[in-house]
Write a protein of this length. Structure first.
Length: 392
C-alpha cells in the first residue's frame, strides 16, 4: 500500500531501494508519473508507475510485467535528442516502474491551453523534431502508438521538443500490451487502420503527427466530436477538414492524414518538406499528393456503418474499439486527399494577415489563438502557401 507523502524527512515511499517518489506530476490511462529523487546519484528524475490489471490471473499479470519491462528496455536503447531519456527500468512489489529524465517544462497541450495555438513555423519546428525522433524509434522497431499533445514536452528556456510516454509502445512484430483485445491510445489521434482493427505499423504514428499538427495550429484535433462514435466516424470516413491555420503546411498535413497507410507520407518526406518550409517559406509538394480523388469502396462504407452502429447499440467504450484479430487493413477509405490545386503559388493567410517566410536563424514565435473555424475542405483555393513543385 502506498504510504502518504510528506515533507523532507517524513515517511516517503522509496522504490527499488533507490528512487524516492516526491510528488505526483500527472496521471493517465497508462499510469502515474512522479517527480522523484535518485538517492544514489542525488538527481531529480521522473518515475512512471505502471498500473496493474486486477482482472488478470497471476500468470497473465507476470507475462504483462515481463512484456512491459522488455519493451521499456527497448525504448531505453533509443538515443535521440527529442526522445525522452530512460535511465532505468525496475520492479518493486511486482509492479514495473520506468525511470526517466525529468524535463523542466510543460506539455504541448498545456502550452496551447495557456498561450493559445502556435503559428505555422513553430508547428513545423515541432513536426520536424517529432518526425526525426520517430525515424529513430521506427528504425529500432519501436512504435509509439499514442502521439498527442499531452505526450510532447517543451523544455523551458531551450524550447526543446521531447517525445515522451512510450508506456504503450510496441516492438515491431511483438504482441501488444493488451492481450484482451482492448484499445489503447487516444481516439482523436488514432489512425483509421487501428480503428478498424487492422495491423499497426510506423505509418500509424505518422497519422497521429498529422492530427497533432492540426491541434497545435488550431487548438483541437480535426477529429474531435461530441461522442466516441462520432470520433470513430470522423477518423474512418468523414471528410477530413484541417483547420485554415494549416494552410502554410497543408501538403504535409494532407500527406500525413492519408487514410491508406500505403500512400501516407513517410517520416523522411514529411521532415524534408517541413525543413524546406522553415528555410525558404515554400512548401514542396510530392507529385503523388499534387492531385488525386477520394475513393470509397462498398466494403469500407459497410464496415464503417457496422462499427458505428454496433458502438451506438452496445455503448462500448474506447477500450473496446480494437478487436483482436479483426480487419485486414482494407476496411477504411483508400484515400483522404481530394483534388487539389497546390501547384499554383499563392499567399498563405491567417486571420487575414499575409504570412512571412521565416528566417532560418530566427526563433518561431507563437501567436494568439486564431479562429477555430475549419477550412471548407483539405484544399482551399487562395489559402495554400507558396509551393515549390520540384520535389521528388
Amino acid at each position: 500500500m502506498m504510504r502518504r507523502m510528506g515533507t523532507e524527512g517524513a515517511n516517503f515511499r522509496v522504490i527499488a531501494g533507490r528512487y524516492r517518489l516526491d510528488a505526483r506530476l500527472g496521471r493517465g490511462g497508462m499510469g502515474v508519473v512522479w517527480r522523484a529523487t535518485d538517492q544514489l546519484l542525488g538527481r531529480g528524475v521522473a518515475v512512471k508507475e505502471l498500473p496493474l490489471d486486477e482482472t488478470l490471473s497471476a500468470a497473465e499479470a507476470r507475462r504483462q510485467r515481463e512484456r512491459t519491462l522488455r519493451e521499456a528496455q527497448a525504448v531505453a536503447q533509443l538515443s535521440h535528442p527529442h526522445v525522452i531519456v530512460v535511465h532505468d527500468v525496475v520492479e518493486d512489489d511486482e509492479r514495473p516502474y520506468i525511470v526517466m529524465e525529468l524535463i523542466d517544462g510543460d506539455s504541448l497541450a498545456d502550452r496551447i491551453a495557456a498561450q493559445g495555438p502556435v503559428d505555422a513555423p513553430e508547428a513545423a519546428r515541432i513536426g520536424v523534431d517529432l518526425l526525426s525522433a520517430l525515424r529513430t524509434a521506427h528504425e529500432a522497431g519501436v512504435l509509439h502508438r499514442d502521439i498527442k499533445p499531452d505526450n510532447v514536452l517543451i523544455e523551458n528556456g531551450t524550447d526543446r521538443v521531447v517525445l515522451t510516454d512510450f508506456g504503450i509502445a510496441q516492438m515491431s512484430g511483438a504482441s501488444t500490451l493488451t492481450e484482451s483485445g482492448s484499445f489503447v491510445g487516444s481516439p482523436e489521434y488514432t489512425a483509421p487502420e487501428r480503428m478498424s482493427g487492422g495491423g499497426t505499423g510506423p505509418a500509424a504514428d505518422l497519422w497521429s503527427v498529422g492530427a497533432l499538427l492540426c491541434a497545435a495550429l488550431s487548438g483541437e484535433s480535426p477529429f474531435r466530436r461530441d461522442s466516441l462514435s462520432g470520433i470513430v466516424l470522423a477518423v474512418v470516413s468523414d471528410d477530413i477538414r484541417p483547420p485554415a491555420q494549416a494552410a502554410p503546411i497543408l501538403p504535409v498535413v494532407q500527406g500525413l492524414l492519408e487514410r491508406d497507410p500505403g500512400l501516407r507520407l513517410d517520416a523522411t518526406g514529411a521532415e524534408r518538406m517541413l525543413r524546406e518550409f522553415l528555410v525558404t517559406g515554400l512548401m514542396p509538394v510530392p507529385k503523388r499528393f499534387s492531385r488525386g480523388g477520394r475513393t470509397y469502396s462498398p466494403r469500407s462504407v459497410l464496415a464503417t456503418a457496422v462499427l458505428v452502429a454496433a458502438m451506438a447499440v452496445a455503448g462500448v467504450s474506447a477500450a473496446a474499439l480494437l478487436v483482436k484479430g479483426g480487419g485486414d487493413g482494407g476496411v477504411v477509405p483508400t484515400s483522404s486527399v481530394p483534388d487539389t490545386s497546390v501547384g499554383r503559388p499563392s499567399t498563405a493567410t491567417t486571420s487575414g494577415t499575409p504570412s512571412r517566410s521565416p528566417s532560418p536563424s530566427s526563433s518561431p514565435s507563437r501567436t494568439s489563438s486564431p479562429s477555430l473555424t475549419p477550412s471548407p475542405s483539405l484544399s482551399s483555393s487562395g489559402t495554400s502557401a507558396p509551393v515549390s513543385t520540384n520535389s521528388e
